[in-house]
Design a protein around this ligand. Structure first.
Ligand code: NAD
Length: 289
């Protein structure tokens, strides 16, 4: 299949690498040529790692890399596409614009998808002539390591488009779940609810962050506790998601004060060296595993 990925950042590079490894002719398009170079390097590094760990043969690595074409030219990237997956920054106006450009550049029969993690798929597709061919494909970071992909059905997504998306995800050796286009889909909504309650427990002095995380890790078999996960995702990102869900779903998603205070102070988690933990490189201090 010819797959076009729009946006060669964190997610676009990862999705393109996964598609090429699964045998798809993959075209990666970005407005920034440097992003394309960096994406190629990241895809190659991911393949190298898979070869080192015995998960990919060296010959397959070369074949997969040869299936990735990188360009700044949208027409060239999308002219023969069966599927276009958009992974540009999370802004509704930009995603709408990119969806319209993609619809014009791709064949009329192509399926168009957005990797949005929080916007309404229906709203992104609103201005399209053929919204029935538009669907959400929510990959997780990093796509080569994360098993889940949410297939998000917009109000006007056709059944055939959703089932095409499910088959595509299965063909990537990933596990799809089909969700309606509701705020936070299935994952963010539940994930931030848990994270926000853990923050309120910190505020109330129920237990130390490391013990709250340990409770979920050892008591519920979560691979990582909700506060450490918040530090990894970014406190600013979580605050934005909570604000969005509060607007749509009500006060139960009101962001905790401790989160607002930390974000105001620039304590955004791992990326700034402090959030609910102090970070030294990749490791939060005070967590004995
Ligand atoms: P990013 O900032 O790393 O990459 C975005 C890329 O899009 C940049 O390289 C930028 O140059 C490019 N771009 C901007 N305008 C463009 C255009 N008109 N056409 C083509 N490329 C354009 O962003 P990201 O973290 O990869 O996120 C992309 C999308 O994936 C967002 O919708 C985000 O919500 C979603 N998402 C992100 C994660 C994550 O953990 N980063 C996880 C799941 C979903």
């Amino acid at each position: 299949m010819h797959v076009t990925v729009l946006g060669a950042g964190t997610m676009g590079a990862g999705i393109a690498g996964l598609c090429a490894r699964s045998g798809h002719e993959t075209w990666l398009r970005d407005v920034d040529p440097e992003a394309l170079d960096a994406a190629r390097d990241r895809i190659a590094a991911t393949y190298d790692d898979a070869v080192e760990r015995g998960l990919l043969a060296d010959a397959e690595r070369h074949e997969a890399l040869a299936r990735v074409e990188a360009t700044t030219d949208l027409e060239e990237a999308a002219a023969d596409a069966t599927l276009v997956v958009e992974a540009v920054p999370e802004r509704l106006d930009l995603k709408r614009e990119v969806a319209e450009e993609a619809a014009a550049a791709a064949p009329a029969a192509a399926t168009l998808a957005t990797n949005t993690s929080s916007l309404s798929v229906t709203a992104v597709a609103a201005a399209l002539d053929r919204p029935e061919r538009f669907v959400g494909l929510h990959f997780f970071n990093p796509p080569h390591a994360m098993q889940l992909v949410e297939v998000v059905r917009g109000e006007r997504t056709a059944d055939s488009t959703a089932s095409f998306a499910v088959d595509f995800v299965e063909g990537l050796d990933r596990t799809p779940i089909v969700v309606d286009d509701t705020p936070g889909f299935a994952t963010s909504r539940l994930g931030v609810a848990l994270g926000a309650e853990a923050m309120r427990m910190v505020e109330q002095g129920v237990a130390a962050p490391a013990d709250i995380d340990r409770a979920m890790e050892l008591g519920y078999n979560h691979p990582v506790g909700p506060l450490e996960l918040t530090d990894v995702v970014g406190l600013d990102v979580r605050l934005d998601v909570l604000e969005g869900l509060r607007e749509e779903l009500g006060e139960r998603f009101r962001p905790p004060q401790v989160l607002r205070r930390k974000v105001r102070a620039g304590k955004l988690g791992k990326k700034t060296g402090e959030g609910f933990y102090i970070w030294e490189g990749d490791e939060p201090l005070g967590r004995d595993r």
